[in-house]
Design a protein around this ligand. Sequence first.
Ligand SMILES: NC(=O)c1ccc[n+]([C@@H]2O[C@H](COP(=O)([O-])OP(=O)(O)OC[C@H]3O[C@@H](n4cnc5c(N)ncnc54)[C@H](O)[C@@H]3O)[C@@H](O)[C@H]2O)c1
Length: 263
Amino acid sequence: MDLKLKDKVVVVTGAAGIKGSIGETIVQALANEGAIPVIVDRNARGFEYAEALQQKGINSIFVQTDLSKVDQIEAAAKVINDTYGKVDVLINNVGVNDGAGLDSSMEEFINSIRLNMVSFFAMTKYLLPLLKNSKGNILNIASKVALTGQGGTSGYAAAKGGVLGLTREWAVDLIKYGIRSNAIVIAESWTPAYKNWIDTLENGEEKLKSIVKKIPLENRMTTPEEVANQCLFTISEVSSHTTGQFITVDGGYVHLDRALLTE
Ligand SMILES: NC(=O)c1ccc[n+]([C@@H]2O[C@H](COP(=O)([O-])OP(=O)(O)OC[C@H]3O[C@@H](n4cnc5c(N)ncnc54)[C@H](O)[C@@H]3O)[C@@H](O)[C@H]2O)c1
């Protein structure tokens, strides 16, 4: 199946994580399809990623940006416009489950919302003229935490809930321009950030085993490649009549019958 992503300018936020993170995996998958990935992140690793792609003959840039700062997001949108003059797809992927809970300060809570949700609004707002020109689409990366809660992470939970709300709001708002807006909901995907979290726990290995055996499909974590594949399918023209959807990529973890749980 030809996803027709060749030469599409696809902006991915939070895409300079360690190899194997969701954003980095999406960028590699885009490059394999001949798309033009625009890496937006604050980590200087993005320079290496863009350079490595350029060396393979793939058109790509890195726009170093602190996504918790709206003025930097506005400046990033300008750089993208000046470089390519078009954007076909925006993937809002940045997100940190930062544990800003009820015991945290107001500032920590607000900072969490700023990175995990306000950045989605700002990036979309500043790239909207380009998305309108290209009749492009928006994909937001959400989390099961918005649907199930997690405990101890009010900021992230509220932000990811807001991300789902914005996904549907923008699907309605932008329908007049033919712009689609969807969300990918992830539950348990084995990324470096996930491993870091497991490593902070006293009984990390046991916790991991107890999670994995509750994932109905094959009792295993979702791979970042499986998430990336679903992202590419959803942003592509092949999904041209899909909008306002929350697409869960989690091996049935959130929605399937609990009778499936293994002992
Ligand atoms: N891994 C999972 O199981 C899982 C589950 C649910 C949702 N998600 C979501 O998937 C997305 C990617 O997660 P991941 O596991 O790859 O995590 P990750 O930590 O590897 O990715 C986060 C990226 O955001 C960047 N970043 C952090 N703060 C930033 C800032 N202020 N400005 C710019 N960039 C910043 C980091 O450099 C990194 O590249 C996130 O939205 C996350 O909430 C992941």
